[in-house]
Design a protein around this ligand. Sequence first.
Ligand code: BTN
Length: 260
Amino acid sequence: MTRWPAEAIWEEVFAVLPGFSVEVLPEVDSTNSELMRRARAGLCDPVLLVAERQTAGRGRLGRDWQSDTQGVGATLTFSLGLPLQPEDWSGLSLAVGLSVVQSLHPDLQLKWPNDIWWQGRKLAGILIETASAGDQRYAVIGIGINIMPRDGDGLRTPPAALQELMPGIDAPEVLQRVATPLVHALLAFVTQGFAPLRAGFHARDLLYGQAVVCTDGTQGTARGVDAAGVLLVHTEHGIVKINSSEVSVRPAPGASPSSS
Ligand code: BTN
């Protein structure tokens, strides 16, 4: 049976998040779905929900998030649910990603807006959803991190796994490293927003200086993000701001990293 650092995390967090609890489930459809159901039923206390197995993990843009193909421990899947009332929500997913990479390894990079990559392959994904909680919002921040290398599963780019760059690390240790800093990052985000994190994001920005194509047709060179976390693309018409979560970004085929 996997030993999870539930108590250690609770002890680190409860003082800053009253009512906080840590829960580990052997199986659930999706930790995000579970916390969203609870929030809609009025259960809006802060909680860290870890699932050893998800049967219907969800990704962004309605995609599936597959994590149970290699057994328990191959992927760390959890959601942090908490009431949140920032003045400005923009840049939240970037703040979450930045906190996770800073807790794990200097070589990890962020791919705007939500992904964590290593050596050209996706290592982790973030799904943020919100529900209303009285006069506040309840945020559900779901994170899936590949821990063990996976066999090729038909994806064009095989996913990266944390054990490739941190041999021997396991899911409980990863949770222990990321959970408490993430809570602190969220509390700081509420008061300060994304702007103070911009330089930190740029230091990890996988797309910076890359030729990119957006699904809305925008093409150019990624030039980082503005103080609200909006992607800046230098096009032939000048800087274009890419804001929508419906936009995906990928390097333009055959383009050199420095072209604009
Ligand atoms: C993405 O890359 O599209 C986001 C993936 C997010 C996956 C995590 S795993 C824990 C939480 N529960 C879910 O169903 N999804 C998120």
